[in-house]
Write a protein that binds this ligand. Sequence first.
Ligand code: FES
Length: 123
Amino acid sequence: MPRSPTPAASAAPVAPGYYERHIFFCLNERKGGEDSCALHGAQQGFDHCKASVKAAGLSGAGKVRVNKAGCLDRCAGGPVAVVYPEAVWYTFVDQADIDEIVESHLKNGQVVERLVLPADVGR
Ligand code: FES
């Protein structure tokens, strides 16, 4: 006999993808002196983004998730972060850049063109 869904399981999802937007920050650090995002302020950018998203009330189901990632294989542009579902790649320098990504893209869905990683930047 099939099990009937529980009330929670049958409730409508908060958003089709659970989060409206998801931003992943490469925090990779290579040993042996090889260049990597960790050497260019990746952790500080991640920490600031996480705090800013939370302070703006944007975090949680149906809203925004800020996640750590390993190497995203676009190290030459590091530090890098990518926002889904739009699949927009960013590079950033300081907290002001992160603030702009949070306010413009994560909150309002507007891409920050000046911070977009050029398409030909790879490893
Ligand atoms: S080390 Fe960050 S993308 Fe490779």
